[in-house]
Design a binder for this molecule. Sequence first.
Ligand SMILES: [Zn+2]
Ligand SMILES: [Zn+2]
Length: 270
Amino acid sequence: MPLGSPYGGQRICLATHHGKERALARPFALGLGAFSGEVQRLDDALSTCRSKAWIGLEQSGLGLGMASEASFGPHPAVPMLAVGQELLVFIDRARDLTVVEQRIEWRTNYAQKRLKPGEDPIPWLKQVGFPSHGVIASPSERADGPFFKDLTDPVVLQEALAACRRLASQGQVWLATDMRAHRNPTRMRSIRRLGVELVRRLGSPCPGCGAPGWGVIDRQAGLPCRCCGTPTDLLAVEVWGCPSCEISAPRARRDGLEAADPQHCPWCNP
Ligand SMILES: [Zn+2]
Ligand SMILES: [Zn+2]
């Protein structure tokens, strides 16, 4: 943690199995995780993340703990588009403080593909960034696996595809991107960015009680249309708040935009 922060020079327990310390060590100048493609809801992701951080605290005996978690899925409004939600939870036992930093990640390679017998996997593999990004393969109709993970080598992948085809009655293979951080450099980058944001937040004291962690706690859509004033889906205000006391304050958009272009208006451009 940088000097000048209330946590400068202190040790933080990071609960991870998947090499996230490589992404977070730099922003924090500083191990649980079981993600391999299954999608979970955001509430679940947040409670999983909190429990991971607490387990790390219990096991390490340290006073500061951190954990990261992600969920991926189709965009709620544009199902063809995949989005990721990255979460970082920071716990300060002495101050009884839990700080949550999160971001929507539009750049994700999250995808799945059912490969027909004899179909060339190369176009899909290129699209998801293989081999720098890992993939997972399994026989198509078998929900219980076996799952071939840690596929980051074209030769090993070919062997796994052949094995899956033999095991699947129709010869189809289910391919999925490996979303575990250590097999997914895109995710690793977004965890690093989130770490930078969390460090900045922990360096911001609450204007009311002085506790660390003053930052955005809610984003509200509804920016009015410039022509007719109808609320749009665009961000209108950010609500800043304190993780310790109850004070919060709405703030206008950082870019100063006060009205939306009519192209975003459900009335002017239905
Ligand atoms: Zn309008
Ligand atoms: Zn406060």
